[in-house]
Design a protein around this ligand. Structure first.
Ligand code: 5GP
Length: 121
């Protein structure tokens, strides 16, 4: 899998394009989606260069894997949508063409703040 350094999230990570930041640590950056599909629509991306979840699963270090999962939980808590701080949410990642992935840098969508509806329309 070849990672394209010119993708929009790579530019956000490099600080070339602004984002509405929610959280950042050594492993992840989280920011609000520019075109929210629900009341809360956050994105959580790893800092490493991974195209999608398959690339990440095959090539990321254990520390990066833990960092991403922990990051999702930290962001959900910050937004008060986690199962302990709120009413829950949906975490989703699109993979490749049939998965409907537009930006080729792994990202999890966190949808919440209201009921998010059926899983697949
Ligand atoms: P995908 O379809 O790849 O799973 O999702 C890409 C997401 O990135 C979309 O929800 C889209 O609105 C969001 N997005 C695209 N460009 C930008 C941007 O420049 N800034 C932010 N914050 N979100 C973006």
């Amino acid at each position: 899998m070849i990672y394209d350094d010119s993708n929009i999230f790579a530019k956000i990570l490099r600080g070339e394009i602004p984002c509405n930041k929610i959280y950042e640590d050594d492993f992840v950056l989280s920011f609000h989606d520019i075109n929210p599909q629900k009341k809360i629509h956050a994105l959580v991306i790893p800092k490493g260069k991974y195209v999608d979840l398959d690339d990440f699963s095959m090539n990321a270090s254990p520390e990066e894997m833990v960092g991403l999962l922990k990051g999702i939980n930290i962001v959900a808590k910050k937004l008060e949508i986690s199962s302990d701080t709120g009413k829950g949410y949906r975490a989703l990642t699109n993979i490749g063409e049939y998965g409907g992935q537009e930006v080729p840098h792994l990202h999890f969508h966190l949808f919440g703040g209201e009921g998010v509806g059926k899983m697949v329309e």
